[in-house]
Write a protein that binds this ligand. Structure first.
Ligand code: FES
Length: 110
């Protein structure tokens, strides 16, 4: 299902996004997003590392902290803020979870 009126695209079924795990999906508009569930809440961020486009699905998630597998830079998936000496934010997207489905809007970052 696509909800083009407000820019949300179906991203996954709720059961596909497991607590503490990561799921990379391609939306109907061709954007790749990484879905993560922490404490029951689903977050959506850019699937590629903002440093050198490494797939963040291969990274590590510890609570709200996502670590890139290449240079181990870290981001808070709730704020998009980078932890460390530089400021290279991670794009975050709006998420809706309704009736067992997850929808993501990438048209505007949070
Ligand atoms: S490629 Fe991800 S931190 Fe360098």
């Amino acid at each position: 299902m696509t909800d083009l009126d407000n820019g949300f695209f179906t991203a996954a079924q709720s059961g596909d996004v497991v607590e503490g795990d990561k799921l990379e999906v391609e939306l109907e508009n061709g954007d790749y997003v990484l879905l993560l569930r922490v404490s029951g809440t689903v977050f959506a961020v850019c699937a590629d590392c903002p440093h050198q486009d490494t797939p963040l699905s291969e990274g590590m998630l510890d609570g709200l902290i996502l670590t890139c597998p290449v240079h181990f830079w870290q981001w808070n998936i709730d704020t998009g803020d980078m932890l460390g000496p530089t400021e290279l934010p991670l794009a975050r997207y709006q998420v809706k979870e309704i009736n067992g489905e997850i929808f993501v809007r990438t048209a505007a970052e949070l």
